[in-house]
Design a protein around this ligand. Structure first.
Ligand SMILES: O=C(O)CCC(=O)C(=O)O
Length: 270
């Protein structure tokens, strides 16, 4: 991670890694999603994420699709490879430290035109969240739960999708409800524009959410949540069935949380 990028992550709480996936990878992932599209669950009714906000409401819910790490070939591999993507790993080594681990199961987000947004959330102030945090100490940053969101479709200005409040990972006071609902202070909310193949990395401490989707094409994002090697947010173990599909490098990212001095395996990507 270049010094300029460290500076930008430190002040903003996020960074975009361009061209993390090739156009061929993006096409393969989209083909896999098309083949599993009947399993997309749109979050309507009680599962709505818009929190009653007039600014975030939509005609339908955000789509969630799970299970991609175990899909049939060649689709499962296309997603499993993202765990050890050589463009992205050096950023995760700097942000989370060597030995970082997959914390949540992979979630694919889909949004079709008219899909509602998601209230803004994040874990900076008030109070310290031991699982999701941003600290700068001893000349380096330390992060808890961190997202690597691979974009599988372009996101243009005004399309909606992921939004962040840059700098909010250092917040101390409670985030106003009106900002969480995107009904006030909207000049501080930044929609992140991207090309398919880019990867947005952000700390969960940064206030973030989703703006309603307005584009004619669907949004598609593969969202990985990673923790430092000593930490777990979600308390579950990966199934033997899933681990059997992983390469030895990919399995290093699926280790449980424990101290790095206990011979924790580390990815070789620099
Ligand atoms: O990418 C997005 O739309 C935000 C996702 C998110 O924050 C969440 O699902 O908790």
């Amino acid at each position: 991670m270049h010094e300029d990028e460290k500076y930008l992550f430190d002040i903003n709480g996020y960074i975009v890694v361009r061209d993390a996936l090739s156009p061929e990878d993006v096409a393969l992932c989209n083909e896999g999603i098309d083949r599993h599209a009947e399993n997309i669950r749109e979050r309507t009714g009680e599962l709505s994420l818009a929190g009653g906000s007039s600014a975030l409401k939509g005609e339908t819910g955000r789509g969630d699709l799970g299970g991609a790490l175990m899909w049939e070939e060649p689709y499962g591999s296309a997603f499993r490879n993202m765990l050890v993507n050589p463009r992205v790993v050096p950023y995760l080594h700097e942000i989370l430290g060597e030995g970082f681990r997959l914390d949540h199961n992979l979630g694919i987000i889909t949004m079709r035109k008219g899909a509602e947004g998601h209230t803004l959330h994040g874990s900076s102030g008030p109070g310290f969240d031991r699982h999701q945090y941003y600290i700068y100490k001893d000349g380096k940053m330390h992060n808890g739960l961190t997202v690597a969101a691979y974009q599988l479709a372009d996101i243009n200005e005004g399309d909606g999708g992921l939004c962040l409040v840059p700098g909010s990972h250092k917040g101390n006071y409670p985030c106003p409800t009106t900002l969480r609902h995107a009904t006030a202070h909207t000049e501080f909310i930044k929609q992140i524009t991207c090309k398919a193949g880019d990867c947005i990395i952000f700390t969960e401490a940064t206030t973030h959410g989703t703006l309603p989707w307005t584009a004619d094409h669907d949004r598609r994002t593969a969202l990985f949540r990673f923790s430092p090697g000593n930490l777990a947010y979600v308390g579950h173990n990966w199934s033997e069935e899933m681990l059997a599909l992983m390469s030895s490098e990919q399995r290093k990212v699926c280790e449980p949380p424990y101290h790095s001095r206990l011979e924790r395996p580390v990815l070789e990507v620099e």
